[in-house]
Structure formats: C-alpha cells, structure tokens
Design a binder for this molecule. Structure first.
Ligand code: TA6
Length: 296
C-alpha cells in the first residue's frame, strides 16, 4: 500500500509510511512540516518552520485502525457529540474512525503543499445516516496550516449536519490558560448544564471543562504563557467553537491517554454544532475552513 501511494503521489517533501496499522503521510516544505493519517483524515502533527509542535497526540494512542487516534485533529461529522436520537451510533459521527481515500498531493507554485483526502457514502454509512454525500479535506502547508472541509450533498433532499475539527493543542500547562476571542458568543456549559450565557470575558481554562460557544466567528488565541507562545485559530463558515479539557478524572477514564497528560493538552475546536447546524440543499456544498499559526 505504501509503495503504491508513493508511486501515485511522488511529490518532493512527501513521504508515506506505516505506524502499526495506519498509513502516515508526512509533508515537509520551507514553511514547516505536518503529519496526517487517512484513518479519520486526522492531522497528527504540525510544526511551523520557525516554531514548535502545535498538536498534541496521546503517548498511548492506538494506531490499530479500530478507533480514532486519541489526539490530533479528529473530524466530527455528520453529527457532533452523541447522536441526537440513537445512542447506539458512534459519538462524533462515523468518519473519524474510517479510512479516507488519498485523492491528490500537490506542490503548488507558491511553495505550499496540499494533500486532499475524500470520504464518500457507502451502504454502511447510509444505514447510520440516510444521505448520499462526498466529504473532502484539503490540508495546505503554507505560512499557516489551512484545513478546508467541504461537504457535498449528493442526494435529492436537503440534509443537516453538525461538524467540528476537534483540535487537540499541545500546551505547557492547561490550568489557568486563557483563550481569547470567544467574547460575545453564547456559552453553553456541558458539565453544569446551566442556562446559556453570553461570554463576556476571555475564557480561563479550569479543568475539567467542556464548553460550547455558539455564534462565535472571531479568531481565537490560546495564550500559552508557560510555553512563551500564542496559538492562533482563524476560521471561516464555522460559527461554533468548543473548549474541552477532561482534567485528571476524565483522563483516568480514557484507556488511551496517560493520567497526567491532561495538563499538556487543550481542545479548542472549530465547527458548526447544536443550533449552528448547517442545512445543505440537494446538489449543494458547504465548506468550513480553519487556519492554525503560532506567534512568539
Ligand atoms: O468536544 C468535546 C467532547 O465532545 C467532550 O464532551 C469529550 O467527550 C470529548 O469530546 C472527547 O470525545 P471522545 O469521543 O473522543 O472520547
């Protein structure tokens, strides 16, 4: 499989390898490097040329292809969180735990490199969610890392999705870290289930934390003072954000996450969830985009 991919997509700076049962695509150019697996189209690493690792992946993550890799950027689609009516269906949808196709790898004239992955409906997906679709993820390594997720409705009825790029960031210390840019959005606390409130100040992370911010479109900035850097998350057509850290008790409940590692990760997710669900008419597409960068 690796040899076939290397032959089909022979592009300078692009390497294919295996980690246990998963294909790994490594891309390097003058702007930095990233690592991606077609299993769930999950980005596993992004290191800008002048910076450090932005992405957290669990040291005990499982690469068997039987579950999503714990960490990276899993793609939650076509529903975010639990299925609204059928708890037997997988949390966060079914594409994060399935193999995607590599359809293109390109070195652009600008010096950027792009990898394109696709996932289409099958009998198995139609049994869980009755809509024909094509989903495409383009990862582009340029000055910033850009991820573009496009959903195309291949059916003859409209369909509704929720979605998120569930990014696990690597931080020096999640406790007390500030996330700017959520001010003015509608905060829903998934732990307390308190009534929604307008977020009036920068978020200060106090694990455990599981919060959704609706109608949130501004750039977000993780102020990782202990690491002497800021992580900037910009997004388009993604009207929700989620901030999640399981804390010690939550981490202890995950077999694929060392107990102490919750301190070094913080999920800040870009998407369209709950009331920000997106309706896509028959034959139409919807695209959401996220750019990551680091400031020192
Ligand atoms: O995005 C936050 C969240 O939905 C949390 O509620 C938490 O459960 C997390 O995602 C991880 O979910 P997972 O299914 O990957 O264990």
């Amino acid at each position: 499989m690796i040899a076939a991919l290397a032959e089909a997509f022979a592009v300078e700076g692009v390497r294919f390898s295996m980690q246990d049962q998963l294909v790994i695509i490594e891309v390097e150019n003058a702007y930095g490097k990233f690592k991606l697996t077609p299993h769930g189209a999950s980005l596993l690493s992004y290191i800008p040329a002048q910076g450090g690792e932005l992405i957290w992946v669990s040291e005990t993550a499982i690469y068997s292809g039987t579950k999503p890799v714990r960490g990276g950027i899993p793609i939650c689609w076509p529903w975010f969180g639990g299925h609204p009516t059928d708890s037997s269906l997988p949390a966060h949808g079914f594409v994060r735990n399935a193999p995607w196709q590599v359809v293109a790898v390109q070195a652009l004239a600008t010096g950027a490199t792009q990898v394109t992955l696709q996932f289409e409906h099958s009998e198995a997906t139609l049994a869980m969610w009755p809509h024909p679709f094509r989903l495409e993820l383009v990862v582009e390594l340029a000055e910033q890392l850009t991820m573009t997720l496009t959903t195309t409705n291949l059916g003859d009825e409209s369909m509704q999705i929720t979605e998120a790029l569930h990014t696990y960031f690597k931080v020096a210390d999640a406790k007390g870290i500030a996330v700017n840019g959520l001010e003015g959005s509608l905060h829903l606390d998934k732990l307390t289930h308190a009534a929604g409130q307008t977020q009036s100040e920068p978020v200060v992370v106090n694990p455990p934390m599981d919060s959704v911010y609706l109608n949130q479109t501004a750039d977000m900035v993780i102020e990782d003072v202990a690491a002497q850097r800021k992580i900037v998350i910009a997004k388009q057509n993604a009207n929700s954000s989620v901030v999640w850290n399981p804390g010690l008790l939550g981490a202890e409940a995950f077999a694929d996450m060392p107990n102490a590692s919750w301190v070094n990760m913080l999920c800040v997710e870009a998407g369209n969830v709950l009331d920000n669900a997106v309706t896509i008419a028959a034959g139409q597409s919807h695209t959401m985009t996220m750019q990551l960068s680091e400031q020192r």
